[in-house]
Structures are given as structure tokens and as C-alpha cells.
Design a protein around this ligand. Structure first.
Ligand code: NAD
Ligand code: MLT
Length: 310
């Protein structure tokens, strides 16, 4: 039996090579929904990152599809209900980019605390404004981690090394694990007013959509700094914008946005907001890990086996 797999977002060569050893592979990136609908009927497998929206319409047109692989953690760009109804197995690669996303969060927190992107831009313009970029230290500051899963826990380890005081909220927290990491477990209501830095690491689900909003921000410390390297929509961007303009929030570091790319988002225009274009998982190592993981799972499923994740 010969199979065909469509790779519709950039996937590391290591994964594509593994697939090519087993079946025919087409790499066609940047297709819109209509273009995917036109061709998806030919394929047994579909591999995506976060760019391709695997909508109910795409799945409806996918007559032969048996497997959808997400080279990454979040499967929010795949209509899971529609896939389940058609008996299509959906799998992700949740652990392959954990360290990349964790290190990116750390880099964002440090850049935010020392105004590094703004100072870089200023020097490149020929300026020398040393007093304009006064920063704050991380040492002894309270880091509030919302969502204490894979990335949240790795971040806690590294924040300990920086001698930050780490507190965490997660409704399903492993209290023993938190204790081992020296992390104080709190409710969200307890965490919000004590943290100097708040970073979110939850999935985007009904319960987490806009969990950081004008109400929660009003209860935060004055001068709090907020980081989102998880999913756009966990923080209400309009509320965050207003709080930064009002001086309540000192700054924010965003890798993800309610709309990506954030063309119509006013928050990215603020000087106090530092931004990256959804780069959390963008390391050579992470992209190899996730590509190999989904490629192997795809082959397993096409051979009649089962997938490891989701
Ligand atoms: P994970 O599943 O290991 O951890 C998520 C945690 O959130 C879990 O412990 C869960 O219990 C907790 N949670 C669920 N509902 C919650 C709620 N209402 N309040 C607080 N916590 C809640 O996931 P992870 O691998 O650590 O990834 C975290 C997030 O980062 C995901 O949204 C993922 O898609 C995203 N991510 C982004 C990038 C990027 O490129 N920026 C890269 C990797 C992962
Ligand atoms: C993920 O959920 O894994 C990230 O968003 C990374 C990606 O876009 O692949």
C-alpha cells in the first residue's frame, strides 16, 4: 500500500526525511484554506505547525486522511471534534519544544527587565540614552507562574537559579513536584497581588481565555511586568494596553497574540511592550525534535498502529 503525506507548514528536514523513507511526501507551505481543500483528498497524512488552520471544512474534504500531526504542543489550530467524527487520529509533539519555549520566556523576561530591545533600537539609531533605559533586577523578585506544566516547571528551575522567589497557580498542580522545586503553590487570587513578574503557561481554553484582564490587572502590584509566550488570548490585549498606558503595568513581553500576525493590534505599538513573532519553539533543536516525533507517529498510524500523544 502506498501512502501520501502533505506537509503544509515548514517542518525540519530530519522529519521529512524519515517520512520519505516510508511514503510519498509533498511539502507545500503557505496554502490558504481553499487551496488545502482542493488537494487534501489525495492525502493519507497531514503534518502542520501553527500556521495551517485545519478547519472542519478542510477535514470534510479529507476523504482519505487518517492522521493529522502537529509539530508542536498546542493543537488549537486543528478542529479536534471534526477530526474525531471522521475517525482521524490527531497527534502532537508536546515535549519536543518545552526547553525552547522555556528559554524564550527567560530571554523575554530578562530583555523586558533591562529594556534590551528598546536600547538596541536606540543605539542603532545613533543615540546614546543611558538614563532612558533604567532597568530592574530579577534577584529576589516574585515570579508568578500561571500554568505549572512542562514549560512552567522548567522555568521555575531556572528562576530559582536567578534567586527569584517563585509562586505558581495551576488547578491541577502537582503539589509534591512544586515543593521539590521550592515553589509556593497559590490560588490565582493569591498570586496576582504578590508577583513582580507574571508569566502565563496554560493552554488557550474556555477557562483561560482572557484570564488576565482589567479586573485581575487592577489587583496586581503597581509596576508589574507581564509575559505571554503561551497563547494569544490568555491575556486580554486591550485591557493590557490600557493598563500600560495608565502606568499600572510597567511593561509586557509578548511572543503570541490574539490575532497572528498582530497587524491590527495596538499593543505592539507601545514602547513598553517587547515582541517576537511566535518564536517560542524556534530553535534548531526543538524543530528537529518535534518534526521527528510527528513523522514517526504518522508512520506508526499509517501502518495501523496508534499515536503516542493527544
Ligand atoms: P502543559 O500541558 O505541560 O502545561 C499546561 C498547564 O496549564 C497544565 O499543567 C495545566 O494543568 C495548566 N492549566 C490548565 N488550565 C489552567 C487554568 N485554568 N489555570 C491555570 N493553569 C491551567 O503545556 P506546556 O507544554 O507547558 O505549554 C504551555 C503553553 O505554551 C501551551 O499553550 C502551548 O501551546 C504553549 N507553547 C507555546 C510555544 C511558543 O512557540 N510560544 C511553544 C511551546 C508551547
Ligand atoms: C507550540 O504550541 O508548540 C508552539 O506554538 C510552537 C509552534 O508554533 O510550533
Amino acid at each position: 500500500m502506498s501512502y501520501k503525506v502533505l506537509v503544509s507548514d515548514p517542518l525540519a528536514e530530519e522529519g521529512v526525511d524519515i517520512l520519505r523513507g516510508f511514503c510519498e511526501v509533498d511539502v507545500k507551505t503557505g496554502l490558504d484554506e481553499d487551496e488545502i481543500i482542493k488537494i487534501i483528498g489525495e492525502y493519507d497524512g497531514l503534518l502542520v505547525r501553527s500556521g495551517t488552520q485545519v478547519t472542519a471544512k478542510v477535514i470534510e474534504a479529507a476523504d482519505k486522511l487518517k492522521f493529522i500531526g502537529r509539530a508542536g504542543a498546542g493543537v488549537d489550530n486543528i478542529d479536534l471534534d471534526a477530526a474525531t467524527k471522521r475517525g482521524i487520529i490527531v497527534a502532537n509533539a508536546p515535549a519536543g519544544n518545552t526547553l525552547a519555549a522555556c528559554e524564550h520566556t527567560l530571554a523575554m523576561m530578562m530583555s523586558l527587565s533591562r529594556n534590551i530591545p528598546q536600547a538596541t533600537a536606540s543605539v542603532k539609531k545613533g543615540e546614546w540614552k543611558r538614563s532612558a533605559f533604567m532597568g530592574v533586577e530579577l534577584n529576589e523578585k516574585v515570579l508568578g507562574i500561571v500554568g505549572f506544566g512542562r514549560i512552567g516547571q522548567e522555568l521555575a528551575k531556572r528562576a530559582n537559579a536567578l534567586e527569584m522567589k517563585v509562586v505558581a497557580y495551576d488547578p491541577y498542580i502537582n503539589v509534591e513536584r512544586a515543593k521539590e522545586l521550592g515553589v509556593e503553590v497559590k490560588t490565582l487570587e493569591e498570586l496576582i497581588p504578590v508577583a513582580n513578574f507574571i508569566t502565563v503557561h496554560t493552554p488557550l481554553i474556555k477557562e483561560t481565555r482572557h484570564m488576565i484582564n482589567s479586573d485581575s490587572i487592577s489587583k496586581m502590584k503597581d509596576g508589574v511586568r507581564i509575559i505571554n509566550c503561551a497563547r494569544g488570548g490568555i491575556i486580554n490585549e486591550d485591557d493590557l494596553y490600557d493598563a500600560i498606558v495608565a502606568g499600572k503595568v510597567a511593561g509586557a513581553a509578548l511572543d503570541v497574540y490574539e490575532e497572528e500576525p498582530p497587524h491590527s493590534s495596538k499593543i505592539v505599538t507601545l514602547d513598553q511592550v517587547i515582541t517576537t513573532p511566535h518564536l517560542g519553539a524556534s530553535t534548531v533543536e526543538a524543530q528537529q525534535n518535534v518534526a521527528v516525533s510527528v513523522a514517526k507517529q504518522c508512520i506508526e498510524v499509517l501502518k495501523g498502529g496508534s499515536a503516542k500523544f493527544v
